[in-house]
Design a protein around this ligand. Structure first.
Ligand code: PEP
Ligand code: MN
Length: 442
């Protein structure tokens, strides 16, 4: 019998589409409720254990992927290149931080977007805003922009195909540490600022040579754990994928290993937090600059009353200008309450602006500066900077400005392909990993 996360439907749910046809929606959600789970409860528990190590400062999270995945983006090349980029970043971060890096894709489920306005106006024409491929199409036509509940099945199938590729890529030899390091070597050799990264790359070479000389060849060097995550925004979908774990009788959202609640839907009396409170996956909550200590503590109380380490992550997205002012208060109160929380820095969403070319963009240096601020705050409070949450792609897009292979505002039009927010391209992502690695040397 399909299970629903009880109570979610009784509370106000922000940012839900205006589905035009309730009967079709009902048919789709009951079909989804009968579909196989995408992930297993045991896998979600494994991620929770890993995140528990993050709360103790014994692991670091690298969470990343598109702002909005698209159905067209489910190609072997695109998924592989995104995973490859995350694997490359993670090798550098593992070496620098000397702790395991937990890889969590914003992948295999990131198909729905909250919007600041429900409509978009172009040349005097007003249409519903694009809410992600799970809801409507990006093309600016009435037909594309009308929400269609059948797209929820598209979300399930796109997630399934992506997850299948991820599982194959990360366990089928592609994630071999030496191979990934070779790709990084190649990046360092080609990057205009590669000299700066030479030292770290050389040290990793030496470490690998040492392992080889010792005859060490642990299985862990040849494959890797990789988890999936997305914003739990569309409650019709998430509830349909929520199942009782036969081992424990507890509810898990089987649409992804970790889900997070966004800055716009984290109301304490709203349906999203109610939903998150009922499922046993690791959950994240985004906290923007307006978040107060009271908000943070109330979320801890609602989402992790038993103070289970690894259950709750705060994904903070303050903006480079605010992180040093706003974050200390939140971290201090959470620390004073003895709450076990993994702190993850999203340096993307507080640093978006419109360039003179009219593209929505972000500066590489602002992104890096917010990460630096995040590390500084944790250092000064003797708490743990637990990870980074990045919007990125493995493709050579031109959506964010700056980086070693500098992208200028005038270049943005060349390959501006995002369906929503601007992403770091592959080189900018690797630049970021090497520069975050340098933060461990300061
Ligand atoms: C996002 O992660 O794409 C997003 C919309 O973030 P936030 O909820 O932090 O605004
Ligand atoms: Mn985004």
């Amino acid at each position: 019998m399909p299970v629903t996360a009880e109570g979610t439907h009784r509370m106000p749910a922000a940012q839900q589409p205006d589905w035009p046809d309730a009967d079709v929606l009902r048919a789709v959600t009951s079909e989804l409720a009968a579909c196989p789970p995408l992930v297993f409860a045991g896998e979600c528990d494994r991620l929770r254990h890993r995140l528990a190590a993050v709360t103790r400062g014994e692991a670091f999270v690298l969470q990343g992927g598109d702002c909005a995945e698209t159905f067209d983006g489910v190609s072997a090349d695109q998924v592989r290149d995104k995973v490859k980029t995350l694997l490359q970043m993670s090798v550098v971060l593992t070496y620098a931080s000397s702790v395991p890096v937990i890889k969590v894709g914003r992948m295999a489920g990131q198909y729905a977007k909250p919007r600041s306005s429900p409509v978009e106006v172009r040349d005097g024409v007003e249409l519903p805003a694009y809410r992600g491929d799970a809801v409507n199409g990006l093309a600016f036509t009435r037909e594309a922009r009308t929400p269609d509940p059948r797209r929820l099945k598209g979300m399930y199938h796109a997630s399934t195909a992506t997850l299948n590729l991820i599982r194959a890529i990360t366990t089928g030899g592609y994630a071999d540490l030496r191979q990934v390091h070779e790709w990084n070597r190649d990046f360092v050799a080609k990057s205009p600022v590669g000299e700066r990264y030479e030292r770290i790359a050389q040290e990793i070479d030496n470490a690998l040579a040492f392992l080889t000389a010792c005859g060490a060849n642990p299985a862990k060097l040849h494959s890797t754990d990789f988890f999936t995550s997305h914003e739990a925004l569309l409650l019709d979908y998430e509830v349909a994928l929520t199942r009782v774990d036969s081992r424990t009788g507890l509810l898990y959202d089987t649409s992804g290993h970790m889900v997070w609640i966004g800055e716009r839907t984290r109301q304490l009396d709203g349906a999203h937090i109610e939903f998150a409170a009922q499922v046993h996956n690791p959950v994240g909550v985004k906290l923007g600059p307006s978040a107060t200590s009271r908000d943070a503590l109330a979320l801890v109380e609602r989402l992790n009353p038993d103070n289970v380490p690894g259950r709750l992550s705060f994904i903070v997205r303050m903006g480079r200008d605010r992180v040093r002012d706003v974050l200390p208060g939140l971290v201090e109160s959470v620390k004073a309450a003895g709450a076990q929380v993994a702190w993850i820095c999203d340096p993307m969403h507080g640093n978006t602006f419109k360039a003179s070319s009219t593209h929505k963009t972000r500066r590489f240096d602002d992104i890096l500066d917010e990460v630096k601020g995040f590390f500084e705050v944790h250092r000064s409070l003797a708490t743990h900077p637990g990870g980074i949450h990045i919007e990125l792609t493995g493709d050579d897009v031109t959506e964010c400005v700056g980086g070693g292979d500098e992208i200028l505002v005038d270049d943005l039009h060349q390959r501006y392909e995002t369906a929503c927010d601007p992403r770091l391209n592959r080189y900018q992502s690797l630049d970021l990993a090497f520069q975050v690695a340098e933060l461990y040397r300061d």
